[in-house]
Design a protein around this ligand. Structure first.
Ligand SMILES: [Zn+2]
Length: 499
């Protein structure tokens, strides 16, 4: 029913051998505690330099047997859909072939189906309820470290379900990243541009995101984990402590988590909950907190949005919940959720930029406007949310329309040039070029919600004629989509002349 470690390994090997244009198998730097090799698989279609990466990890906890199977099956499903140009169907959820095509052509998908092979072998041969790896702990007969407590994020702070006792199922280990199995996953984060990460666990039907150690607050960036005292083997010492999460990132976690939840519900009606990890129970040293915390702990590192899936419902007994006799329905749910996560990791501007002019500078300039300015106000974040709703379908439409794509690429170039010079005014030509692209896009999209979003962009564009660039961004920061654009003083040109 469940793949053995050897079967998972040989499936990865076969995929890489038969379809080297799509799959690359990488042996991670370290063998497991008991000497087993650990592999990652990269899936992508087409060539080109390194892309935005998504890393999906299965099998961190040994007894959660479903997820290594789900991760490897997802790889096969995506590849078959791409190669045959067929829709991907999971129960009541259909992912169009065009969505899959975009995912495989825009992203590098990194998969570690089985991060803890020793644990899986132990579960399949000795003890069906084993959770940790199989490390020996000096001075005790208790075996194993909890690999989802071993990362360098408030490591060893025994908040909630985290322990310093080697005999505990949630033992954090002798030091952060003491285990080869966790260092392997860290290696991928250190050596590739991973923008989204998910560690896939069971069970409880949850989509979890930071933070796990404390409730979240969005008002005081100075109150963050880098300043928290971390006495080893004690809980957090600050009474009522709340961890900072920027409003923009909270919104992003909620949006992406909601899309994952909806993609799962569409399969067969299961209702997952998307929430901060602490909603399950408090923890430290977990993967999803660690990967997201990296850019805060070290400003030279890129941001990675970290998620934890808890797949499957309570099935009456722990054994049946961790490894049901028939895992297929839960695996289908999980795969649909992972496709949603992949889709949400595509960045339209980056994709267009890479396709049309190797213009990382232009892309960066626009991302700066988004991250440093728009993200700081409620209205600005509403615009970001709108762009993120529109960008996936928009890119799909553009890929089927060369002219629209090259017009858009031209726009990205001009917009980024403008964003560098605050005093430059938006000319009628620029506004008209923007309107032409948005209208053409609107004529190609049928979804009424998306058409409404594009109308909101048109209305705002019209209102920006003759506005200096600095003022234009300010206006977006002050005026949410759909709000009546403020009256312009001294407007030039032919605003409002068109319908
Ligand atoms: Zn788990």
């Amino acid at each position: 029913m469940y793949r053995t470690v050897a079967q998972l390994d040989s499936q990865m090997q076969s995929l890489a051998m038969w379809f080297p244009g799509y799959f690359t198998r990488i042996r991670l730097p370290e063998a497991s505690v008991q000497g087993r090799p650990v592999h990652a698989l990269r899936l992508r279609a087409g060539g080109g330099p390194e892309r935005r990466g998504v890393l999906l990890v299965g099998g961190t906890h040994a007894r959660e047997l479903m997820n290594p199977d789900a991760v490897i099956e997802l790889a096969v499903d995506l590849f078959v859909s791409y190669a045959t140009n067929r829709d991907l169907v999971y129960g009541g959820k259909t992912w169009p072939a065009s969505d899959v095509k975009l995912i495989l052509e825009a992203l590098d998908i990194w998969l570690v189906p089985c991060a803890n092979p020793d644990g899986r072998v132990h579960v399949m041969t000795v003890d069906g309820m084993w959770r940790k790896n199989r490390a020996t702990n000096p001075g005790t007969s208790c075996i194993g470290v909890d690999l989802n407590r071993n990362a360098d994020f408030l490591w060893g702070v025994t908040q909630g379900q985290t322990s310093c006792s080697p005999c505990s199922d949630v033992y954090a280990g002798p030091s952060a990243f003491s285990e080869p199995e966790t260092r392997n996953v860290k290696h991928l984060l250190d050596t590739h541009r991973i923008v989204t990460f998910a560690d896939v666990h069971s069970y409880s039907e949850l989509i979890l995101w930071p933070w796990g150690h404390a409730p979240t607050q969005t008002t005081d960036p100075k109150k963050n984990f880098t300043k928290l005292p971390t006495p080893k083997c004690q809980p957090i010492q600050v009474a009522g402590y709340q961890e900072y999460l920027s409003p923009r990132d909270l919104q992003r976690f909620q949006t992406v988590g909601g899309r994952i939840r909806d993609a799962i519900t569409a399969v067969r009606g299961r209702t997952y909950t998307s929430e901060a990890s602490i909603g399950l129970y408090p923890t430290t040293g977990t993967w999803s907190d660690y990967v997201y915390s990296r850019h805060i702990a070290s400003s030279s590192l890129g941001k990675t949005y970290g998620f934890t899936f808890e797949t499957g419902p309570w099935m009456g007994t722990a054994e049946e919940s961790f490894h049901p006799a028939d895992p297929r329905p839960v695996i289908r749910d999980a795969k649909s959720g992972m496709v949603a996560l992949l889709q949400q990791s595509i960045c339209a501007i980056e994709l267009i930029g890479a396709r049309f002019f190797r213009a990382q500078a232009e892309v960066k300039a626009l991302q700066q406007v988004r991250d440093k300015l728009l993200s700081t106000t409620d209205a600005g974040r509403d615009w970001i949310e709108l762009f993120e709703r529109v960008e996936g379908p928009a890119v799909l439409a553009m890929l089927g329309d060369r002219e629209l794509l090259s017009d858009t690429a031209e726009l990205v170039k001009r917009a980024s040039a403008l964003s560098k010079d605050d005093a430059t005014e938006l000319t009628d030509d620029e506004v008209d070029a923007g309107l032409a692209v948005v209208r053409r896009l609107r004529s190609r999209l049928e979804d009424p919600g998306l058409r409404k979003d594009l109308r909101a962009i048109e209305t705002q564009l019209e209102a920006l004629r003759g506005t200096p660039m600095s003022k234009a961004v300010e206006r977006l920061m002050a005026t949410p989509p759909g709000a009546k654009a403020p009256a312009r003083s001294g407007a030039k040109g032919k605003a409002g002349a068109r319908g």
